[in-house]
Design a protein around this ligand. Structure first.
Ligand SMILES: Cc1cc2nc3c(=O)[nH]c(=O)nc-3n(C[C@H](O)[C@H](O)[C@H](O)COP(=O)(O)OP(=O)(O)OC[C@H]3O[C@@H](n4cnc5c(N)ncnc54)[C@H](O)[C@@H]3O)c2cc1C
Length: 484
């Protein structure tokens, strides 16, 4: 058994742990970071960038959105069920955190929306080596945080998952870990600990227990390697209260991420379920988490957006109504050829037919039911009035050409919540009193949206991860100073 000592022990090196590590060192603390994987960055290595409001980039882009507006939007969205002081700490910090990252060397391509009606809060990172931002761009942010932490003297133990927390009396005074390379047992003795292990997205059993979904059947969330709920379990073991838990649900598809699918996520599509019924005002399909709730309610947890070749012809000439936030390019370009390939590769999830009855049969819907739905929908389009779900007449275009459909299912970026913290990011017990010396941040504590991710303010989970890591480290530094 090896014993190491530091002022603070940070469990995990995702964006939250990394931000905590840099902040701890900036505050004069010696810090040891235990990381389960062989590399740092966690789930954020797959993402594009964090939320912020009031950043220099936004000011320079003449974006006038205010912290107050965001605060009210989020509190109303959650019916004031979340801790307003914690949310305030995060939102008020978030603009300066983007500036802090920039000053450290993170380069942002600018600030983006995820879809037309969203707010421009998503600070999208320029990937390593330059080029256009896209999936995995935020890896460059993690690298800068890591390099800065190393420069400031933070010690990282990679391949070293924490296994439990050390509690003496009522205080947490360190963590135990085991190297997965050498098997060596390690004890880090510290004055405070921050837990930031990213939730339980890679733990199907915990997903079932906490959220009631069977992974691979009901839900197909990203399984970020190693994110198995360890920190949440360790905190519960030392008396931390059980916080609300949710999956960060989004639209998913068995067809791997491709531009062509954006052609179906358009307000002009007709979206039906396996019973052949229309299920939504299709303008909502821009919001992946709201649409995920619609998918969740269906008997087979699937929806089927339908478009036709005439619509795609129009989109080729004029561009799509909803350009995707992740892929660049027009999904209508080469649509028919692309769909032919997809149908060959994924015959259970991509479909094309000359008649509605044939399309229904291929999907597995009762042909008469789908034909009836399409007839009613086309009549509403002809009349320019959607009396069913009140879709704007701008997007009511009858589908009378060659029909295309895909199956969309329920996915998630990962899990949210599990550990209860207060606005100082201290871990709380059932009696709402903090456990001295124990802090937590990132997705393990992310309860700021209620049950549905707030996509209209994009970048919010990574934003919360980085900011809560910073805030937890600042509060832990105050606590450590108070011990002298
Ligand atoms: C495909 C994809 C794209 C995304 N894009 C965006 C985006 O653009 N913007 C946005 O806001 N959010 C995005 N997200 C979500 C975002 O990445 C996460 O919210 C964020 O990474 C959470 O940060 P975290 O530090 O809390 O946890 P993670 O990033 O999940 O990191 C957790 C870390 O904990 C480590 N760990 C686990 N157990 C232990 C243990 N026992 N001991 C030590 N270490 C341990 C893991 O190895 C990992 O490194 C995306 C997610 C996915 C899947």
């Amino acid at each position: 058994m090896k014993t190491l000592t530091a002022d603070i022990c940070i469990v995990a090196a995702g964006p939250s742990g990394l931000a905590a590590a840099v902040t701890a060192a900036e505050n004069g603390l010696s810090a040891i970071v235990l990381e389960k994987n062989s590399m740092v960055g966690g789930t954020a290595n797959m993402g594009m960038g964090p939320f912020g409001v009031g950043s220099r980039i936004q000011k320079n882009s003449m974006i006038t959105l205010t912290k107050e507006e965001v605060f009210h939007q989020m509190m109303e969205y959650t019916h004031w069920r979340i801790d307003p002081r914690k949310l305030r700490e995060y939102i008020w910090k978030s603009g300066s955190t983007i500036d802090w990252l920039e000053d450290m060397g993170v380069q942002f391509a600018g600030v983006a929306k995820y879809f037309p009606s969203a707010a421009p809060t998503w600070h999208v990172v320029i990937p390593e080596g330059g080029g256009k931002p896209g999936p995995r761009a935020a890896g460059a942010m993690n690298k800068v945080l890591y390099e800065n932490a190393l420069e400031l003297g933070v010690q990282f133990l990679l391949n070293t998952p924490a296994t439990s927390l050390i509690k003496e009396g009522d205080r947490v005074v360190g963590a135990r870990a085991r190297s997965t390379e050498t098997g060596e047992e390690i004890e880090v003795r510290s004055k405070a600990v921050i837990v930031a292990t990213g939730g339980f997205g890679d733990n199907p059993e915990m997903i079932r227990q906490e959220c009631g979904y069977e992974w691979g059947k009901d839900i197909f969330n990203v399984r970020s390697p190693g994110v198995t709920g360890d920190g949440i379990r360790m905190v519960w073991e030392v008396g931390g209260a059980h916080g609300e838990t949710h999956m960060e649900k989004i639209i998913w598809s068995e067809i791997p991420n491709c531009l062509l699918l954006d052609g179906f996520r358009q307000p002009t599509a007709l979206v039906v379920n396996i019973e052949g019924e229309r299920v939504m005002d299709e303008t909502m399909i821009e919001n992946a988490s709201v649409t995920a709730n619609i998918i969740d309610r269906q008997i087979n947890k699937r929806i089927y957006p339908i478009v036709d070749n005439r619509l795609m012809r129009y989109y080729r000439r004029h561009g799509v109504d909803y350009p995707g936030g992740v892929h660049s390019g027009n999904p209508a370009d080469d649509f028919e050829e692309g769909m032919a390939d997809l149908i060959e590769q994924y015959p259970d999830f991509a479909f094309c037919a000359d008649t509605v009855e044939e399309l229904a049969e291929k999907i597995g819907i009762d042909p008469a039911a789908l034909a009836d739905t399409l007839e009613q929908y086309n009549a509403a389009c002809d009349a320019h009035v959607d009396d069913q779900f009140c879709k704007s007449h701008h997007y009511l275009r009858p589908l009378r050409g060659k029909l295309y459909a895909v199956a969309l299912c329920l996915g998630a970026y990962g899990s949210l919540g599990g550990i209860q913290v207060n606005y100082k990011f201290q871990v709380l017990k059932e009696d709402k009193k903090p456990i001295p010396g124990l802090y937590a941040s990132g997705s393990d504590t992310c309860d700021i949206y209620g049950d549905t991710y707030l996509f209209p303010l994009p970048g919010n989970t990574m934003g919360y991860a980085v900011n809560s890591g910073r805030l937890a480290a600042e509060r832990a530094a105050d606590y450590i100073a108070s011990l002298h």
